[in-house]
Design a protein around this ligand. Structure first.
Ligand code: HEC
Length: 308
């Protein structure tokens, strides 16, 4: 009895599920859901080619240094970079003295404690410190940015689909909101305090355009002109380095390991042949057992009319 009841209850549930599936299906076909502004206007990142791309990629130190300069002079006002330490900059070709000076002159100081009074204080950064965050905490960061939180940039190129190309596209993707968009989707008008950027998932980003004019940052002699496009590329290259400073090692070791495995495979095959040589030796029949000789013999006996 309980079994039958259970079966009936199950049947009712299954029936309701099937009915609601078909009702929804018919509803969807008769009046398909309306397209949203994001679906129509969001675009994928532009192509960006960096020297660090591909299995042979390596960092263009000059470019990554320029990108660091952009981070230092522009982005670090809002974005933290808590996984990178000043001493890591040695890898970009900065000398000991330069790293010391960069840490010492960093715009934000490192939180510390006054040794005499125990009061919270700040001190100058040293090469051993990680880049100090521009805001003391999340609340302060949101309060200064229209309630939006500028994310930590250390791993940004790993955290977003498209990586460096995405960052480059966001930085160069600010524009006026298309009038057709507002006409078609009146509800999708860019709200006060946000900025239209079709590369951002919901089209409206809280970050004001950080790279606005050519020459915003002055590059040292021998570098390309600091156009907005160039600066965006350079800072994206820098963020590839911060997200994976050991990328070059990975590429080198990867190739060495592949070569090792290739040599190992050849050696393995040769020793397999050697070990099995005896067991797999093919014995070719010779003399009276050779099929060719056998056939000859049969023909000859037939011709001679001799019984085999
Ligand atoms: C005035 C403060 C400010 C400056 C300067 C600034 N940003 Fe931002 N940034 C923000 C805020 C706020 C957000 C969060 C945006 C949001 O969630 O809508 C953000 C978000 C981002 C994002 C993440 C977008 C995403 O997909 O979530 C990236 C990447 C970024 N900024 C890169 C940079 C770079 C590179 C620079 C320097 C060239 C820079 N920002 C300078 C405030 C700033």
């Amino acid at each position: 009895m309980v079994r039958i009841l259970g079966f009936l209850v199950g049947l009712v549930f299954a029936g309701v599920a099937v009915i609601s599936f078909f009702v929804n299906l018919v509803g969807n076909i008769q009046s398909p859901p309306e397209a949203t502004a994001e679906e129509e206007y969001h675009v994928h990142p532009k192509a960006l080619h960096l020297q660090s791309d591909g299995p042979f990629g390596s960092f263009d130190r000059q470019q990554v240094q320029r990108g660091f300069q952009i981070y230092k002079e522009v982005c670090s006002a809002c974005h933290s970079m808590k996984l990178v330490a000043f001493r890591d900059l040695h890898e970009l070709g900065y000398s000991e003295a330069e790293v010391k000076a960069i840490a010492n002159q960093w715009a934000t100081e490192v939180p510390s404690v006054n040794p005499d009074t125990g009061e919270p204080a700040t001190r100058k950064a040293t090469p051993a410190d990680h880049f100090p965050a521009p805001y003391a905490n999340e609340t302060a960061a949101r309060a200064a940015n229209n309630n939006a939180l500028p994310p930590d940039l250390s791993l940004m190129t790993k955290a977003r689909h498209g990586g460096a190309a995405y960052v480059y596209s966001i930085l160069t993707g600010y524009r006026n909101q298309p009038t057709e968009l507002v006409k078609k989707f009146p509800g999708a008008k860019t709200p006060q305090g946000l900025h239209y950027n079709p590369y951002f998932a919901n089209l409206n980003i809280a970050m004001p355009q950080p790279l606005v004019s050519d020459g915003q940052v002055t590059y040292a002699e021998g570098n390309p002109k600091p156009t907005v496009d160039q600066m965006a590329k350079d800072v994206s290259a820098f963020l590839v380095w911060t997200a994976e400073p050991k990328l070059e090692n990975r590429h080198h070791y990867g190739w060495a390991v592949l070569l090792f495995l290739l040599v190992g495979t050849v050696l393995g095959y040769l020793s397999y042949q050697n070990i099995w040589a005896e067991a797999k030796r093919k014995v070719a029949p010779v003399g009276p057992l050779d099929p060719v000789n056998k056939a000859k013999r049969t023909r000859a006996t037939k011709k001679a009319g001799v019984a085999g």
